[in-house]
Write a protein that binds this ligand. Sequence first.
Ligand code: MG
Ligand code: ZN
Length: 224
Amino acid sequence: MSRKIDVGKRILSANERYALKNSQLLGEQKKLCLNMISSPGSGKTTILARTIRDVKDKIKIGVIEGDIQTDLDAERIKATEAPVVQIETGGSCHLSAAQVSGALEKLPVGDLDLIFIENVGNLVCPSAFELGESGKIVVLSATEGDDKPVKYPAIFAKSKVLLINKIDLLEAGAQVDFDVERVRADARKLNKGIEIFPISAQTGEGMNRWYDWLAESTKNLQGD
Ligand code: MG
Ligand code: ZN
């Protein structure tokens, strides 16, 4: 009706067109692609670097690194020897499907089993931009507070997996007010099927169940 709505629609459908293109490419090649979303500082890059190193004999992983500025995280992934493509969004607080499309062209997709997209650190708007991924992974760390599923429901409702990171801090008896069971219950209220893995990417605690999930999801997609 009004012009404003038309413009909004056109922008959205451009992102949707690229998302479709990405998901078709990934689907044809049977590649699992996981879009990792969290607040800044939850440990996404640490989780990725450890995961890549620990599963490298079983799952070949490539990474698309999104950051507003700097390639610091991409350098940490590069140190694992996994292929990585950096996207600097130059101020934008989320990745677009067009940016991911460009990054997929630079990755050796045919040689990989799994592509991680590390989205820009932001719990809000990345959940609204489909990238053509196979699924979303939300990361919440114990230092952020256990009220996040209630306060930011969209991303918890849409994710396949919730990684509760930095659980080693809870057990050290530190001054961290975080109830894992509350998070679990609140996340399940929003999303009955969400897989929840409490982990510490620092100590490695709980990581095996996450790796098993990755191996199974990759295998299911590739068939036999
Ligand atoms: Mg990071
Ligand atoms: Zn944004």
